[in-house]
Ligand binder design. Sequence first.
Ligand code: CO
Length: 192
Amino acid sequence: MKILTYPHPTLRRVSKPVRRVDKELHDMVGQMFELMYASNGIGLAANQVDLPLRLFVVNTMADPEEGEELVFINPIVSRPKGSEEKEEGCLSLPSLYATVKRPEQVHVHAYNLAGEEIKAEINGMLARVVQHELDHLDGVMFIDRLSETRLADVRDAVEQFEEDFHSRREVGEFGGDQEIAARLDEIEKRYC
Ligand code: CO
């Protein structure tokens, strides 16, 4: 398992609800936390590691010894309140940071790996990361949410990611779109 970088096509795929949780999925979620910590991240969505499933992991302390490890399966966000601008980054766009405007408080409904319901009003950093990760599940990257001027500020960096991806693809690193889609279809058959 590894973290995909923009503009890998799996990052644009709308993820499917999870209907089945097995030991292998538990193991994959564990690996997602490990990858997230290794990159100093606070959240990671399943499609960032090539799994087209509606789930993401969060630890706002970015440290396995601190904070709380949260797994959100089939999350729904509602009741947005307020608005706040904060700098965000993304493990699929390493070293790129930009200010994103989002609601400062939301309600989240989801399930954890044990199938228990999560229902909470969240705000601050947790609300921001949950909204950022939920976007991933819908194929949305945080650069899609930038104002025109802020996008212009990072355009060169974004284009560099696109060039790198295309040259790695030319040497066969990722396979074609159909090959990727076929692999994701198989994962969906198993879990959705
Ligand atoms: Co991200």
